[in-house]
Structures are given as C-alpha cells and as structure tokens.
Design a protein around this ligand. Structure first.
Ligand SMILES: [Zn+2]
Length: 482
C-alpha cells in the first residue's frame, strides 16, 4: 500500500489523500484552502476568496495591466474564467497540488473519489480538479453531494463524473483493475451533518480515513458515532489510519453539541423580551446549531429570517435531502435585492424579526460586515443585540477584523454575546478512543500544521507507536510505503 499525502498535512485546509493498492488508486477528499480562513467551515469562501484583498493583490501582480475595476464576480463566474480560476487557485495554493499524482503515474489509475463531509476544506476543491479525473465516480453522502452540486451550479461549473450517493452506515463494492474493493461509510459526528469515516478494505488490510473527527455522544440531531462498526473494523486488521489531529494537543474534550444548544438557549433567553433588534450569526454549514437557534428563536415570538447566499446554499441543500427540521419555521432570503428590502423593513420594525446571518469572522462583504460598515438600509443602534454562535478562527486576518468590528459595535452600544459555541474537532481523548477502537498498525496525523499534528504522535506513543516506524509525520506531496 502506498499513500500520497497530497494536501492538508501542512495546513488546515485543502485536504486530499491518495492511496494506491496494486494498480488501483483511490482519492479521499479534494478540499479548498484560503489562507487566513483556517477552518473553512464557512460559506461563501468560494466567492469570498477571489474578492479578498490578498487575492486582489495576487491578481494585480499577475495581470498588472488589467483594469482594476473589472467585475470580479462576473469574471469569476463566466465560462472563460473557470479555467483561469483553476490555475489561479493552484498558483494561490488554494487547491491541493494533485499534479504529484501525474509524476507518480497514478492519475490514470484513480478508480474512485470519496468525500467525507460537506465542509469546503474537504469538498471545495472538487469543482476545480475534477476534470483531471474524467469518468471517475464521486462518492458522498446525500447532504455532501447536494452541497457539491450547489457549489458547482453556483459557480457554473459542470461535473460529468458519475455521482454515487451513499448513505452513512452503508457499504459498496468498487471494481479495480483486477479486484473488487469493499468500502464502508461509517457515520460520525462533527459540526455539519451527514459526516462519514471511510474504510477501504484491501487484500493488505484496511485503509481508514478518519477526517474530521469528533466523538459526540449527545448530538442534537441524528445519532452518535457508529462505535459498533468501528469496533468491528478494529478486529479486521487496520493497516493505516489517517486521523484529524487538529486539536490533538488539547486535553479538554470540546463538549457535545448539546452543550452548545444550552448556550444558545441561554443567549437567546437573555434577549427574549428585548424591543430592539436581535441578530445571531453562526457557521452556515452547521445545521444542528441552526436548528437549536430556530428552536429557541421561536420563543422570542419573532419571525426568524435567514440572510444570505451561503446560508441559503447549506440550508437549501439540507431541505432537499430532507434533513432540515426547521424549514417551515424560517424565511430564507438569498438574493441581494430581497435582503436589502428586508433590511429596510427591519429598520422600521426591529422588534418583529430575529435575524440569522453570516459574518461571524467579520469576513469582508458578509452581511454583518456590510451592515456594520453602513452599506445597507439597516443600521445598528444602542440596545440592539448580536450573538456570535461561533468562536474566532485563530488566523491573524480574522482576529484583526473581528476586533475592528466589535469595537465599532461597542461604540454604538450594541449588546454583544460572544463564544456561544463548542467546536467540531475532537481533542486528545477522542484520538485515544479512535486508536483503541481501530488498533491500526500505522497512524498518520492530518488536518493541521506540524505543530498541530505533532501532539498526536505523543498520544500514540502511549499505545506503543514509534515515530518513523508506526507513527508518521509527513508533508504535502510525500509518498509513504507500507
Ligand atoms: Zn470539517
């Protein structure tokens, strides 16, 4: 078994791993990475990225003579731009450097592409790379596939590859050149819905793809992880385990989403009888969190309105796969015109609505950013409420922008509630649990920088793993042979 750690092994983002067994290659995830937006759990990054300042600088460097006022969005979405965008993203190091597979002679041997969940650092690279893998089927759960379709439709990119929708806790067989492989999709919990671990059964043992990892025994939607199946797989010779090591240095368990639900209840309880505006902002892909927001939002007796394109993308995908329990309790506004006219109504009648919107990282051009900058018909005023059902993703750009945003809001007199949140990646104890369950021969930490991945080696050593022998720290584009 040979494993090429294509992307996500030096950063948080653009996850991609390729596994070669005999004459067959399998790809796990094709993510996106925009520097400065570490977790990439947010929404409009795909559209946000090309408009960001660093991207614009990059554009100017590349095309100094180009009209600087050209309509970026129009260009980005135009047919001609698709090709150009892929190249730019590659140069910008925003997509995995999968040309390593050409050098290895692996690209023609790819039999399947598996996507573990709907976050953009796992699925967001597919639209830009997929044409290099013609006819190769893409496997994903219903929600993940729907999100992929939404992104591609939005960016006017067409994918002709066969799409195989797989349910979590199901298995399928994939034909290789001279043998058939069984693949298990094992339900797990994280910070979006329909997440799976993937186990590839090969004659040499099982390759187990454990991204992203958080063991939540009390999720507020759906089931806890499928421990029974994990235990069963652990008895069958797991050769290699790739695991999410992002918070492997953290002892404290992140806490269940049930805790976040209580935090949301408390935060909304505090503002329940307010006569002023109430805004709450969170990750667009976090359907469970949004569900809690709507449940407790209803108690305010206000009309609940979701604003913006990215919330529309994820919530609409959840509605289409019948995984949106709150769909009849919200109004979902997508287009700028709709949003503007709603904000005009809100300005006149601020106690009538509860607004759910994006922009918790103070991302440029997000609804919150535009409101705070005074670019919309609605203006915050003293006594209005804003709840951040998120934490600040610790990248300098976010820290600085959020601080600026908060300072402005505080000067106006807006009441802020911050960190109404638990995060979606497991800590050291979750790693121990997965190792105990699967008993892999080899462990490869993923989903982070060297500093984020290294503590997992220390944890693995408790179980007798040795660095360089059975536990492996690696880089993007490297090949490990087992
Ligand atoms: Zn994720």
């Amino acid at each position: 078994m040979e494993i090429c750690t294509v992307g996500g092994f030096e950063e948080v983002g653009k996850n991609m791993t390729a596994v070669k067994v005999g004459e067959d290659v399998f790809i796990f995830d094709m993510g996106l990475y925009i520097p400065g937006i570490v977790e990439l759990q947010e929404e409009q990054l795909l559209t946000y990225a090309p408009r960001s300042k660093s991207y614009k600088k990059f554009e100017e460097r590349k095309n100094p003579n180009k009209n600087k006022n050209f309509n970026q969005e129009k260009n980005f979405q135009g047919n001609q731009q698709v090709q150009y965008t892929e190249e730019s993203l590659r140069e910008f190091e925003a997509i995995p450097e999968d040309r390593v597979l050409d050098k290895l002679g692996w690209r023609d041997k790819v039999r399947a592409i598996f996507i573990g969940h709907a976050h953009l650092d796992h699925v967001g690279g597919v639209p830009f790379l997929i044409k290099r893998y013609p006819k190769v089927p893409i496997f994903a759960t219903p929600f993940t596939m729907k999100v992929l379709e939404t992104i591609t439709e939005d960016e006017r990119i067409s994918i002709n590859n066969p799409k195989r929708i797989v349910k979590s806790n199901s298995s399928c067989n994939i034909r290789g050149k001279s043998q058939t492989y069984k693949v298990d999709f094992i339900h797990t919990t994280h910070s979006t819905i329909d997440c799976v671990f993937i186990a590839l059964h090969t004659p040499e043992g099982i390759f187990f793809y454990g991204l992203d990892l958080k063991f939540d025994n009390y999720p507020t939607m759906g089931q806890p992880p499928n421990y029974k199946k994990l235990k069963e797989i652990g008895k069958k010779n797991v050769k290699v385990l790739i695991m999410d090591a992002l918070y492997s240095g953290t002892e404290k368990k992140p806490g269940s989403e049930t805790i976040a639900r209580h935090l949301v209840e408390e935060a909304l309880g505090k503002v329940r009888y307010s006569k002023d505006a109430i805004f709450i902002t969170t990750f667009s892909s976090h359907i469970e969190r949004l569900n809690s927001i709507v449940d407790f939002g209803k108690k305010t007796k206000r009309e609940i309105v979701f604003l913006g394109r990215s919330l529309y993308k994820y919530v609409n995908a959840a509605i289409q796969v019948k995984k949106c329990p709150f769909k009849s309790n919200i109004k979902l506004l997508r287009y700028r015109k709709q949003v503007e006219s709603f904000l005009r109504r809100l300005e006149k009648n601020r106690s009538r609505y509860l607004v759910v919107c994006t922009g918790h990282q103070a991302e440029e051009n997000s609804i919150l950013d535009r409101i705070v900058k005074g670019d919309t018909p609605f203006r915050f005023r003293e006594g209005d409420n804003l709840i951040f059902a998120s934490s600040i993703i610790p990248a300098p750009v976010n820290i600085v922008s959020r601080e600026k945003m908060e300072n402005k809001l505080k000067r106006i007199g807006v009441r802020l509630q911050r960190d109404v949140h638990v995060h979606g990646h497991g800590s050291r104890e979750d790693m121990r649990e997965l190792i105990r369950l699967l008993k892999p021969k080899h462990i490869i930490p993923a989903h982070g920088t060297f500093q984020q991945e290294a503590p997992l080696i220390e944890t693995a050593s408790e179980f007798g793993y040795n660095l360089g022998e059975t536990a492996h720290l690696t880089n993007n584009g490297k090949v490990l042979k087992f």
